[in-house]
Design a protein around this ligand. Structure first.
Ligand SMILES: [Zn+2]
Length: 491
């Protein structure tokens, strides 16, 4: 009995050993030595891009220029050709940007023969234009009204309006369209004034073509009470709640002054291409943003540079490695475009410039894959699918996940990143654009990074986990191969 049992056990072990020897490894996997080599190459690109020499890769800075130079060189090295389809601008598709920083603002009231200067804690005026000056503008109080206010009563005046909770600019814009020269918003919260001041002291970058002229001023209820008298001001606020309220002349004038520092500059999306064998066969797009936040901590901090090792040196490095592998394994029937976008951090601006002026018709793109902050999970982690259910790519993605033995991550968690990444801009233009990443698989994996190191000087190389990123790289390689269709060998 014992001998028999032992024999049976021995046979079972032999059978399973034989089976294991025959079983094919799952698709989109690689032996350890190859994974190590991939990790070394990706790690090298991340270390370079996230080094202090690159200064946090902010567009419009020396570090930003250095990044563009480095990536142009790397795009060539991995075997791409320029994909701008613009002979005047090889590799680099120019993106015209404007940076604006609110510089100073001052509000004072003239009531009877008194001049009341408001303090920085009480009031704030800001503009995106170089300078805005309103001298002795007559003040009119409209309470909460905007739509019902007749043009004649606000035209050429400084309009005092009560703020709603959301600080929605709609009513301000409506009153400006009725030719109010300024709209002074009254809030009951000094913290709002402080918050806007803090927020607006930072450089803001916009597409030069999209920058709107904004002029806003905000003041606290306490300041209004100090200037107009507590009783009079509270009577005015009360009257605004009554039915049949109509605008009230405040018999006062306002001086409002604001200025900003504006700078126009050019940054670049870097565009490469692996030419397909069938020019009419449409294309697949890979994208990752190269920019980050530059100096992001106040002067005097021990480390001021946001190096953005994960966000997004990691995505760029993985994309470069993928481009290299595809270049080695091609050709494919379809073109493969590879784009490193600029100014993502300022609001997906490089991606917007790309869709506004694409190197190929957007309808030619059968799929776009974004890589953003990708190195947070260990090998074997589930895949977050950002953009699931929004493109015709679902079936091929699920098939490939299955073949690669990759589990799908938490759907709600992945979905929460949808609008925070470049693929969203393409998706809105009808391009099937998704992001597949183990770094969006679950809050347990990614949460600690997004709660602490994200957008901070501590997003350094030690936050990098390459296991999951390499799984994802191999998964994308398989997906792109399936979508770009391997070319038949020449007869
Ligand atoms: Zn970011």
């Amino acid at each position: 009995m014992r001998t028999r049992a032992r024999l049976a056990l021995g046979l079972a072990a032999l059978a399973s050993a034989l089976l294991a020897a025959c079983a094919k490894p799952p698709l989109a996997s690689a032996p350890k030595a190859e994974r190590d080599a991939i990790a070394a190459r990706i790690g090298q690109d991340i270390a370079t891009l996230a080094s202090d020499e690159f200064g946090g890769r902010k567009p419009g800075t020396r570090g930003g220029e250095r990044t563009v130079d480095y990536l142009t060189q790397r795009f060539e090295e991995v075997g791409l050709t320029s994909g701008t389809n613009d002979p005047g601008n090889p590799w680099r598709a120019p993106v015209a940007l404007t940076s604006v920083r609110f510089d100073s603002g001052r509000i004072e009231f003239m009531i009877e023969d008194r001049i009341i200067a408001l303090t920085d804690e009480e009031a704030l005026a800001g503009t995106t234009r170089q300078r805005e000056l309103i001298a002795e503008g007559e003040m009119i109080f409209v309470g909460n009204e905007a739509e019902s206010v007749p043009v004649e009563s606000v035209m050429g005046k400084v309009v005092v309006m009560l703020a709603d909770r959301s600080l929605n600019p709609e009513r301000r814009i409506l009153l400006e369209s009725k030719q109010a020269i300024a709209v002074l918003l009254v809030t009951d919260d000094a913290a709002i004034v402080r918050g806007i001041r803090e927020d607006s002291s930072r450089d803001r970058i916009a597409l030069a073509s999209e920058l709107e002229d904004v002029f806003f001023s905000i003041v606290t209820h306490d300041a209004m009470a100090r200037a107009f008298g507590a009783q009079r001001w509270s009577d005015l606020v009360l009257s605004a709640q009554k039915e049949g309220f109509s605008p009230i002349d405040l018999a006062a004038k306002a001086n409002i002054e604001a200025s900003s520092v504006r700078r126009d500059f050019t940054s670049f999306n870097i565009v490469g291409r692996l030419a397909g064998t069938r020019p009419d066969a449409k294309a697949v797009l890979l994208m990752a943003h190269w920019d980050h936040l530059g100096l992001c901590a106040p002067a005097g901090a021990a480390d001021r540079i946001c190096n953005g090792a994960n966000d997004n040196a990691s995505g760029v490095a993985v994309m470069l490695e993928l481009a290299q592998r595809l270049a080695d394994k091609g050709p494919f029937e379809r073109d493969i475009y590879v784009v490193a976008t600029t100014a993502e951090e300022a609001g997906l601006l490089g991606a917007q410039a790309f869709v506004a002026n694409p190197p190929l018709p957007l309808t030619s793109l059968v799929a776009a894959f974004n890589f953003d902050t990708v190195a947070l999970a260990e090998a074997g982690a589930p895949v977050g699918f950002v953009g699931e259910g929004r493109t015709p790519l679902d079936p091929i993605i699920f098939e490939t996940l299955l073949a690669a033995e990759r589990a799908l991550g938490n759907r709600d968690y992945a979905e929460s990143f949808l609008r925070r990444q470049d693929a969203w801009v393409l998706l809105q233009k009808g391009v099937p654009a998704v992001m597949l990443s183990s770094a969006r698989g679950s809050e347990i994996t990614a949460g600690p990074y997004f709660e602490s190191d994200y957008h901070s000087p501590s997003d350094e190389v030690d936050t990098i986990r390459l296991g999951g990123a390499i799984d994802d790289l191999l998964l994308h390689e398989e997906l792109v191969k399936r979508l770009a269709v391997p070319a038949l060998p020449a007869p």
